[in-house]
Design a protein around this ligand. Structure first.
Ligand SMILES: [Fe+2]
Length: 275
C-alpha cells in the first residue's frame, strides 16, 4: 500500500524556541534526511497572562530571520514554511505567517485560564473547582470555544480538534460515545465544516501508549470523511525524531475511512495531495 502523498509534509512542529528540544536547523536537516517535501514550523503564540507560554517579540524576530536564513541554505532541498499555532486566548493577531493553526489549550473560567489537558488529578481538581464537578460542563465549554477558533484566530487549520478527549488517556472521565458529548462534538463539526477549515490529524496522542488515538479520534474522523472535509496529517513534533511520527498508521486509518487526499501548504498557498 502506498500513502506517499500523506507522508512527505509535516506542518505542525515545535522547536527549542518554544519548549521543544531541537533547533529549526536540526529539524530541517532531519526532514531532508527523511526525504520530506516540506516542513512547516508552528511555534506557539504569546498569551500575555501566561508569560512563560509562547513567543516573545524577540523570539518572533529570530523566528522570521532564521527561517529566511534556512530557506537560503536548504531551499533547493526542501520547502520550509513559517506558521504559528495561535492559541484561542492569545492577545496578538497572527500577522505575517504562512499559515495559522488555531488551538484551544485553555478555557477561561472564573477569570482564569484552566488548561484542558493535565494529569487526572489536575483535571479532577479543575472540574470540581470551576465546573461544580460536572465534566460535561467542562466539555461543553471546550467545544463552544473550539467552534469560535476561526473568528478569533483567523486560522486555516483546526489544531487537535478534540484535545480535551485526551483527559481520558489516564482514567475515564466520560464515555466518548455518550450522546451528550457527541452532540457537542457534531454541533462544533457542522459549524466548522461549513467554514471550510482544514482539520489536522494530530498523531501525538496516536503514539501515546495510554491513548493510541489521533486527535481527532475515530468517530470524528468518520464524520469528517462522510462530510468530505479537509484534513492534513501532522505530528506536533517537539524534536526531530518526532517528525511524521505515527504517519504510516494515521495514513492507513485515513485511507480506510475513505479520505482520498490531504491538504498541503505550498508556495502558492493551500493545495491538496492525493495519498
Ligand atoms: Fe497544541
Amino acid at each position: 500500500m502506498r500513502n506517499e502523498g500523506f507522508l512527505k509534509y509535516d506542518l505542525h512542529t515545535h522547536t527549542s524556541l518554544c519548549g521543544g528540544r531541537d533547533t529549526h536547523e536540526q529539524m530541517v536537516r532531519e526532514a531532508i534526511k527523511r526525504g520530506m517535501h516540506s516542513i512547516g514550523f508552528s511555534e506557539h503564540s504569546r498569551i500575555s497572562v501566561l508569560p512563560n507560554r509562547g513567543m516573545r517579540q524577540e523570539d518572533e524576530d529570530f523566528y522570521r530571520k532564521e527561517i529566511e536564513r534556512l530557506r537560503i541554505v536548504y531551499g533547493d532541498q526542501i520547502r520550509i514554511f513559517r506558521g504559528i499555532e495561535q492559541d484561542y486566548y492569545s492577545d496578538l493577531p497572527p500577522l505575517g505567517y504562512d499559515y495559522v493553526i488555531g488551538s484551544v489549550h485553555y478555557l477561561r473560567v472564573d477569570g482564569i485560564l484552566c488548561p484542558v489537558t493535565g494529569t487526572a488529578e489536575e483535571i479532577r481538581a479543575i472540574v470540581k473547582k470551576h465546573f461544580g464537578g460536572d465534566v460535561f460542563a467542562f466539555l461543553r465549554l471546550y467545544y463552544q470555544t473550539v467552534v469560535d477558533l476561526p473568528r478569533k484566530t483567523a486560522c486555516d487549520v483546526i489544531g487537535h480538534f478534540d484535545l480535551i478527549a485526551n483527559i481520558n488517556a489516564q482514567e475515564p472521565f466520560f464515555r466518548e460515545s455518550d450522546r451528550f458529548y457527541l452532540g457537542y462534538v457534531f454541533k462544533a463539526l457542522d459549524a466548522l465544516i461549513e467554514q471550510d477549515v482544514i482539520f489536522e490529524v494530530n498523531t501525538k496522542a496516536l503514539v501515546d501508549p495510554c491513548r493510541r488515538m489521533p486527535n481527532p479520534s475515530l468517530s470524528v474522523l468518520q464524520y469528517l470523511s462522510a462530510a468530505s472535509a479537509k484534513i492534513m496529517l501532522s505530528s506536533d513534533a517537539a524534536s526531530s525524531d518526532e517528525l511524521m511520527r505515527g504517519f504510516t498508521q494515521a495514513a492507513h486509518l485515513c485511507k480506510t475511512l475513505g479520505f482520498g487526499s490531504a491538504a498541503i501548504y505550498t508556495e502558492n498557498g493551500w493545495g491538496r495531495v492525493r495519498r
